[in-house]
Design a protein around this ligand. Structure first.
Ligand code: ZN
Ligand code: ZN
Length: 248
């Protein structure tokens, strides 16, 4: 399986990651990736950037070392209403928005509360991807989340880092169940490395095994074609692709 895109990468700006954008792009180029996202944690994460960092991402070149760069963020979901820690005026200028629950920012609620938080975050039209929904620290009604993703055209992330992460230990079974539900309901998924060091960029080993195990149809995997992901972003009305969207 050839996965050419890794939209989930953290730089030193996240406060607990260790590479620069340039180092991430260089590694992506070396590995033959075609597109990366720079998606540092939102400002509610202890040690993360001030929001002016996001505001100036537009100065980045569209391509670095031949790899197309999406300007993004991994926003924190702050409450059950799905409120994010990044204001709309910033979200609307970015190319890709990942939203997720992190126990460094919020205490997990019960299953109903966690599910509501994700479902309401997906009501936000700027949100493209739900990060690591298999995290056992935040138990959810998986089918409800997957169905909401279908309704709102939101992508479900299969987070390769979750298979290695100590903080999300025990994600595997949840990730398999979520992937099977996505297949059943024809909801698109996107694999992310969730890299916090450049060498991890494009590391998809466990996620690929999962996709093979559940026999995920290729058309539901957003990482296999830059065109496919761009079409999705155009449909979501991203400013970067505004011209194409208008002529569509
Ligand atoms: Zn992180
Ligand atoms: Zn995360």
């Amino acid at each position: 399986m050839d996965l050419l895109i890794d939209v989930h990468n953290h730089t030193i700006v996240s406060g607990h990651a260790y590479s620069t954008i340039q180092e991430i792009a260089a590694e992506a180029s070396r590995k033959g990736l075609k597109m990366i996202g720079i998606t540092d944690h939102g400002p509610a994460m202890p040690g993360a950037f001030s929001s002016s960092f996001i505001g100036n991402l537009s100065i980045l070149p569209d391509f670095i070392y031949g790899v197309e760069v999406l300007r993004g963020v991994e926003a924190n979901i702050l409450d059950q209403s799905g409120k994010l820690d990044v204001p709309e005026r910033r979200l609307k200028r970015l190319d890709v928005i990942i939203a997720g629950l992190h126990d460094a920012c919020v205490r997990p609620w019960d299953t109903k509360g966690n599910t509501l938080a994700l479902i309401n975050a997906m009501e936000n039209k700027y949100v493209d991807i739900i990060a690591h929904p298999g995290n056992p620290a935040f138990q959810i009604d998986k089918e409800a989340v997957v169905l909401k993703a279908r309704e709102t055209n939101t992508l479900i992330e299969i987070n390769n880092g979750s298979f290695y992460s100590k903080s999300r230990f025990g994600s595997k079974d949840n990730c398999y169940e979520i992937a099977r539900l996505c297949k059943k309901h024809e909801v698109s998924i996107i694999v992310g490395s969730d890299s916090h060091f450049s060498f991890e960029v494009g590391r998809f080993d466990k996620a690929i095994k999962l996709l093979e195990d559940v026999q995920m149809p290729e058309e539901l995997i957003m990482n296999t074609s830059v065109d496919k992901l761009k079409k999705y972003l155009i449909k979501k009305g991203k400013e970067r692709y505004g011209k194409q969207a208008n002529t569509d």
